[in-house]
Design a protein around this ligand. Sequence first.
Ligand code: PMV
Length: 323
Amino acid sequence: MRASAVAHPNVALIKYWGKRAAAGNLPATGSLSVTLGGMQTQTTVQFSAGLAADEVSLNGVVDAGASARVTTCLDMLRADAGTQLRARVESWNDFPTGAGLASSASGFAALALAGAAALGLEPEPSRLQEVARVGSGSAPRSLFGGFVQLRNQGEGTVCEPLLGPAEWPVSVVVAITRLEAKETGSRPGMRLSEATSPCYPVWVETHEADIQRALQCIAERDFTGLAEVSEHSCLKMHAVMMTSRPPLMYWSPATLACILAIQALRAEGVPVFFTVDAGPQIKAVCLSEASGRVEQVLSAIPGVLRTVSSPLGEAARVTQRDA
Ligand code: PMV
């Protein structure tokens, strides 16, 4: 009743920010992402009779904050398996946690996979995605490799891979500008934006056009077109965040310095664009041949603590399963 799984974080090129329903953690819009092979979460789940409650540790430290969400996901798997057994969950990230690097996405993707495997379940892909999504809205995307689309469908969501990691050699250079966890998590942040940003309705209304444009660019391997629509989606989401009341300011001065440097590189002909999530880190998406130059430029910017370069990664997978 013990299994381990590995999942990679993902970065959305066309973002989601806001929910259509809190129940089931359903996003207001779809989204489109790339999975990062250079960073990973490894999670082990062990169900056992001796436990009174689920126990969760993250990077070796007991994590009381994450426990409620973990228990909600495990409850779904326990219902499917017809068991009441509680579990010990140990999760390790090889990258900074809770600072806008999508640690919750890889964490809940790995949890769903390892939890199901530990219980001997073989869930339908849609059920696995639902369990991951209840933990984190971006987690179903981390179940897949390469370019991934998440769509709203009926009462739920569907997630599917668009291109495998080898089909378009793209890399992501992450410039880390702050290591501490963010002040406002994405869930309360989204609620605030839904309720207070005058830009929120426009964000939702114009979203599908951005998805369609990005799908076309990916199908045609049109990097310049993908750069334009991805940066637009990112800045539109941050416009929603910044016009919330009180404002959600996730950037640091170095975030903006990196954005300007990336725009200057692209004007010189370097195939790179930026994206930023609910945190101060910059993700520079580039054709893989440009990643050395991008890393060199970003790492020289004052306020950039370090850079991590990553090719696109594979789907999440079970790595060990004990009866
Ligand atoms: O559902 P969460 O908590 O993983 O929120 C993800 C929010 C963004 O990273 C800002 C956008 C996205 O689509 O990943």
